[in-house]
Design a binder for this molecule. Sequence first.
Ligand SMILES: NC(=O)c1ccc[n+]([C@@H]2O[C@H](COP(=O)([O-])OP(=O)(O)OC[C@H]3O[C@@H](n4cnc5c(N)ncnc54)[C@H](O)[C@@H]3O)[C@@H](O)[C@H]2O)c1
Length: 386
Amino acid sequence: MPTPVVAVVGAGFIGPVHVEALRRLGLVVKGVLGISLEEAKSAASKLGLAMAYPDLKAVLADPEVTSVHVASPNRLHKEHVLAVLAAGKHVVCEKPLGMTSAESAELVAAEARHPNLVCAVNYNVRFYPLSLQARALVRRGDVGEIFHLHGSYTQDWLLYPTDFNWRVLAAEGGQLRAIGDVGTHWLDLIVFISGLEVEAVMADLKTVHPVRLQPPSGSVETFKEKLGASAGRREPVAITTEDYGSVLLRFKGGAKGTLTVSQVTAGRKNCLRYEIAGSKCALAWNSEAPNELWIGQRAAPNNLLVRDPSLLDPSAAPFANFPGGHNEGFPDSFKQGFRAIYDDVRAGRRSAEPLYATFADGHRELLLCEAIAASHRSGKWVGVGS
Ligand SMILES: NC(=O)c1ccc[n+]([C@@H]2O[C@H](COP(=O)([O-])OP(=O)(O)OC[C@H]3O[C@@H](n4cnc5c(N)ncnc54)[C@H](O)[C@@H]3O)[C@@H](O)[C@H]2O)c1
């Protein structure tokens, strides 16, 4: 198999993270596409890429490019992914897979029409080595029966009403924002680790800032504006997407859970936490200290497993590339996810049970979001659709 050649669509916060992670795996990244040729040229020059593409057609017409990573804003994902598949190229789509479950279902159908292409959604949190270790502990039976799971995803970058990004607009990011943008990382991770399926949800959401002040540029790059006060006249804009959400979860088989999500918690930068209570032990992890997995025990001292490939389950160890004490973090999770995806690309087939999120997994997240939104509106438990 020739070395895959990749193009990245999106030159904002996360597109360049894809470029760096791909290169660390020895893959060739040929070029980047932005909203304008100017943006693409600036990103290509910063990242040392050969090509700044003028439009998506030029990316798809490049015969050297064998896969495309879609890291554009959410509202463009469906259109971009369909075009990439029609051009016969492998695709890695940033989360969420689409704006609605109707869109993600369309992409699941498109994936089925292209069985020779690898299709993945970038739920990268699965690829922290200790996420894989937690999954292995559950699968080995070391955790026992899972009674309940709880956790949160909290951030502060949208704390002030002057914080403005395309995500706050439902038309750009989807009807749910805190839940849709980061809560789905937690939900995907918990399902991945536990193997449990969410069957019903009961949600309570809150838009802390029903009016936000939009800067003249329209949007501020993700995480960029720490003081929320760039120069220029700001326009008040009505916001319908939630800043905060709490969700009760019922899993098939009887386990229960709760999730709290906030993008307005001062001091929490990007903090995903979970705790899983099993009949044999409990597991807890925090993405801001990602190299430690807490293993709680009733009749023996608790353990703190420090990420070290030599101490990990054989299924997790290949995804930890540095010795213990040499910390790995957010950018590494992209590299390790792409490792799993490109193992399939190089093998020319889709694994039967891939570690990376498939389009079906991406579709499930949209179904969960819609059930959560419906529950908030009705004030009742809502079953998750299929
Ligand atoms: N997996 C993760 O941890 C993670 C983290 C951040 C963002 N994301 C996802 O990545 C996507 C991008 O988010 P971001 O934070 O990088 O946003 P961003 O606004 O920082 O970047 C978006 C980029 O897309 C470009 N763009 C806009 N319209 C375009 C078009 N028509 N064609 C090509 N490029 C276009 C923008 O100019 C910008 O370069 C979102 O879907 C988001 O959910 C995932």
